[in-house]
Design a protein around this ligand. Structure first.
Ligand code: CP
Ligand code: NVA
Length: 315
């Protein structure tokens, strides 16, 4: 039974990429500055003594490393908590966990299976909560992706088309919203049974309207690739979807970024992937190891983007 006093969500929670809609450009500029500071090895320990709890219900390479390093570079401290090793795994409630962690830390980053649990943690924590991926969104990834595109396109998004090929999952949801927020024309090709939720498309349409850009969802990867400046994909089987392996492998056949699809896109177009990749499925070795991709920049930019997000929530 939920306790009766239910605190409201806090202004600095980052649960959806849309929570950053009014700050996204400032955030990208700051991330680029932080990247330069790190390249020059100039200290930027602006948050000495601050502490972050990182709760992981699922594995991670990039999110864990980038957040932990970001906090260290900012002069703070990050503590990795695997939900399996916490009392959370033995039945302690999310609300009790949130209230206890709020007494120790300044911010919580949470990678959850269920979006409902993300909202529950944010509701009860008295400190900001950052979504490090759940079944609905992956906002921190998309800040890094937008930074990557911003760098590639000289700080301009207008008249650029970003195309996504594959599953209508957490990454597509956040990418579609994020693209709309910065005024990119966005096209997604998904198999009909794997479309993003209608409310995500509606939300993206309303964000894009304000920017004068467009959002489209189609069936055909070839149709989506036409006119694209960048092609983005993600795994066909996300963490938590493993039981659907057989039907997903059949449904996503053809939803692959390969040299043929890149040849349909605009001249100079490149591939993006949030990683981890399943080479030979959603993307070929040839593309991943070739020159027409910005995948490793995306991975690096997680660090700089996460740092900018941390500065924003801790300020
Ligand atoms: N892209 C991403 O979030 O990677 P990890 O699962 O390794 O954190
Ligand atoms: N959609 C993928 C992203 C991994 C970073 C998943 O949820 O597993």
């Amino acid at each position: 039974m939920a306790p009766s006093a239910t605190p409201a969500r806090k202004e600095r929670d980052v649960i959806s990429i849309a929570d950053l809609s009014s700050n996204i450009e400032t955030l990208l500029k700051r991330a680029a500055e932080l990247k330069e500071l790190r390249r020059l090895r100039k200290p930027h320990r602006n948050f000495e003594g601050r502490a972050m709890a990182m709760i992981f219900e699922k594995p991670s390479t990039r999110t864990r490393s980038s957040f932990e390093l970001a906090m260290t570079d900012l002069g703070g401290h990050a503590v990795y908590l695997s939900s399996k090793d916490m009392q959370l795994g033995r039945g302690e409630t999310i609300s009790d966990t949130a209230r206890v962690l709020s007494r120790y830390y300044d911010v919580i980053m949470y990678r959850a299976f269920r979006h409902e649990d993300m909202l529950e943690l944010a509701k009860w924590a008295t400190i900001p909560v950052i979504n490090g991926l759940d079944d609905i969104e992956h906002p921190c990834q998309i800040v890094a992706d937008l930074l990557t595109l911003w760098e590639r396109w000289g700080g301009k998004f207008s008249s650029r088309q970003l195309t996504y090929i594959g599953d209508g999952n957490n990454v597509l949801n956040s990418l579609m919203l994020g693209a709309a927020m910065v005024g990119l024309d966005f096209v997604a090709a998904t198999p009909p049974g794997y479309r993003p939720k209608p409310w995500v498309i509606k939300r993206a349409e309303s964000l894009s309207l304000a920017k004068g850009s467009t959002v489209r969802v189609v069936d055909s990867p070839e149709e989506a690739a036409k006119g694209a400046d960048a092609l983005y994909t993600d795994v066909w089987i996300s963490m938590g979807d493993e039981a659907q392996e057989k039907q997903r492998m059949a449904a996503f056949k053809g939803y692959q970024i390969n040299s043929h699809l890149l040849s349909i896109a605009k001249k100079g177009a490149f591939a993006l992937h949030d990683l981890p990749a399943h080479r030979g499925l959603e993307i070929t070795d040839e593309v991943m190891d070739g020159p027409d991709q910005a995948i490793w920049d995306q991975a690096e930019n997680r660090l700089h983007a996460q740092k900018a997000i941390l500065e924003y929530v801790l300020s």
